[in-house]
Design a binder for this molecule. Sequence first.
Ligand SMILES: Nc1ncnc2c1ncn2[C@@H]1O[C@H](COP(=O)(O)OP(=O)(O)OP(=O)(O)O)[C@@H](O)[C@H]1O
Length: 255
Amino acid sequence: MLSVEHAQIGYVVDGVRHVAVGDVSFEVRRGETTMLLGPSGCGKSTLLKTAAGFLHPWQGTVTVQGRPTSKPGPDRAVVFQEFDQLFPWRTVRDNLVYPQRVNGRDKAEARRRADEYLELMHLVPAADRYPHQLSGGMKQRVAIARALALDPDVLLMDEPFGALDAQTRSRLQRELKDVAARTGVTVLFVTHSIQEAVYVGDTVVVLSTPPSTVLDNVDVAGLDDPADPAFTDALTRLRALLAHDDHEPAAGAFE
Ligand SMILES: Nc1ncnc2c1ncn2[C@@H]1O[C@H](COP(=O)(O)OP(=O)(O)OP(=O)(O)O)[C@@H](O)[C@H]1O
């Protein structure tokens, strides 16, 4: 579904080119959740922004269904970490309806889909509230529901639970797994957390320090019980990969 092939991506600061993503290739298969894990500054968000069409690779390609992600499009929906990504002047329901209308969906169908995804994300009681009346966790659930209601080919998530307390974060991880299984949506998800990568993902793409390359692709499909020895094995393997990266970040950088 989403393909990254020999991508090199960077930034020009004061006329100087800085390479963030050195040479990265991976595939996000249809219906699967792929996690991007790696040390701070390795270019996880840079890759996600390129998939979203906000940045362009200097070399290589990033494609969705074979089409380069050269600009943002309705085939990709993005959920960010920040709680302020909703339209503050629209109710929760209208936050879901409005982007669908902008994408050309008729009013009745947009409302029907909004209600379907409000139900799926347990937001029906909050449908007529405004974003400032919601907790951080609820805002993130609205952002996910809004993205799913657009029926994207790929859902791009940049540390969507990074600013939540531990309990809310676990709950949203569970809900996302459940919704992904029910809808069959394809997800690319950036995280700092090894635990989150194993629990939420089907595959973990582990990146090195910048200019980043792929250290490994680890299959974690079906691992959702931290008490399962296979879950612990996956955690150990990912920790070892990151620890053997030449420029390991300071201890404690990974949960
Ligand atoms: N707008 C920008 N202009 C210049 N450099 C940038 C910009 N955005 C990111 N960078 C640099 O590119 C590199 C990769 O940043 P990026 O945010 O993609 O990493 P990350 O892996 O998502 O980091 P973190 O896990 O800390 O969020 C970093 O060195 C960062 O400083």
